[in-house]
Design a protein around this ligand. Structure first.
Ligand code: NAP
Ligand code: ZN
Ligand code: ZN
Length: 348
């Protein structure tokens, strides 16, 4: 199947138009015409090979929403015309204990990511900065027509990546929760923690985000360069979600956890973080991590968002402004997720 999109050809070159082929849809596949695709910071890390092992040419994008244009003969969940969404993974073995536990992102055979991966047949996967995608229906989610479709796109990564750990660590009414970094992930973590009834403190390096953070649901906002303001929260949090994309001092935040508290990393800076043993030994603290979420939980999150009228705060952009959008994400200058209008993709 012919596809058009935007790709990077090496770690230094900008995104540029790219034509490529996808597999013909099989019996269980859904073909989606992509309407919107979110820009995740992981796209930038991978486009620039900050995590190593990048495969070029690369078509990034794993926050995908659109309409179904064809279905294989055994597809049960979708028909032509339905809304559909795809996130960070497009295949897994579906047999190992992690897949069976709805934790396909931790598949023991290795989950196939939406782009920058070889699938089980050896073909390289291409992501959502493109006009269409072919995905096994197991990895395609249904979307409520109640929500603004463009603002749903970031739920497929930023949404599930923050929803999943908040559920796993049972954040609720009696929790005091910190969210570090008010970016794409951070603003969704803030919305979900607030919606689950927690007392939420947003940590930010950006003074100009204070008012927004309050509107998004923060009970308190702390600008992190103010050490005294940070210090006031020492030993008080049940759970902290670290959504920062760049190297930073985690010890400063570990020290804010109460007895048995957990700091969970979802941010993936490219270099190792340093942890002082005293930061975790005191108060029997845990330093944890979490990756996206399983397929059932992703659908649960989308349904929760439809029921509670939650979407991302987005800036709609066009394919000709992609490189500019990347630079603005790197400057933490986006409120709070770029979403590409794929109708702006040239027709040939
Ligand atoms: P983003 O929109 O760029 O947000 C990152 C935020 O971190 C910024 O808005 C900024 O918030 C803060 N920040 C940036 N540089 C900083 C620095 N030097 N020191 C302190 N704070 C800084 O990125 P994103 O798309 O939310 O992604 C965040 C991270 O999560 C990335 O590393 C991404 O790869 C990773 N990720 C992980 C998963 C997973 O499954 N675990 C899934 C998706 C993404 P303030 O302006 O408020 O300070
Ligand atoms: Zn992502
Ligand atoms: Zn598996």
């Amino acid at each position: 199947m012919k596809s058009r999109g935007y790709a990077v050809h090496d770690k230094k070159s900008p995104l540029a138009p790219f034509s490529f082929e996808r597999r013909e849809p099989g019996a269980n596949d859904v073909v989606i015409e992509i309407a919107y695709s979110g820009i995740c910071h992981s796209d930038i890390h991978q486009a620039r090979d900050e995590w190593g092992g990048s495969i070029y040419p690369m078509v990034p994008g794993h926050e995908i929403v659109g309409h179904v244009t064809a279905v294989g003969r055994d597809v049960k969940k979708f028909k032509v015309g339905d809304l559909a969404a795809v996130g960070v993974i497009v295949d897994s073995c579906r047999e190992c204990e992690n897949c069976k536990a709805d934790e396909q992102q931790y598949c023991l055979k290795g989950a196939v990511e939406t782009y920058n991966k070889s699938d089980y047949s050896g073909q390289v996967t291409y992501g959502g900065y493109s006009n269409n995608i072919v995905v096994h229906e197991y990895y395609v989610h249904t979307v409520s027509p109640k929500l603004n479709l463009a603002a749903v796109a970031p739920l497929l990564c930023a949404g599930i990546t923050t929803y999943s750990p908040l559920r796993h660590w049972k954040v609720g009414k009696n929790s005091k929760v910190g969210v570090i970094g008010l970016g794409g992930l951070g603003h969704m973590g803030l919305k979900f923690a607030h919606s689950f009834g927690a007392h939420v403190v947003q940590f930010t390096t950006s003074e100009n985000k204070i008012e927004d953070a309050k509107k998004l649901g923060a009970d308190e906002v702390v600008v992190t360069k103010d050490a005294a303001a940070v210090g006031k929260h020492t030993g008080s949090f049940d759970f902290i979600l670290d959504c920062v994309s760049a190297p930073h001092d985690v010890n400063q935040y570990l020290n804010l956890l109460r007895l048995n508290g957990t700091l969970c990393l979802v941010g993936l800076p490219e270099i190792p973080l340093s942890v002082a043993p005293f930061s975790v030994v005191a108060n029997r603290r845990s330093l944890a991590g979490s990756g996206i979420g399983g397929m059932n939980q992703t659908q649960e999150m989308l349904d929760y968002c439809a029921d509670h009228n939650i979407v991302s705060d987005i800036e709609l952009t066009s394919v000709d402004k992609l490189n500019e959008a990347y630079e603005r994400v790197l400057k933490s200058d986006v409120k709070y997720r770029f979403v590409i209008d794929m109708a702006t993709l040239p027709k040939s």
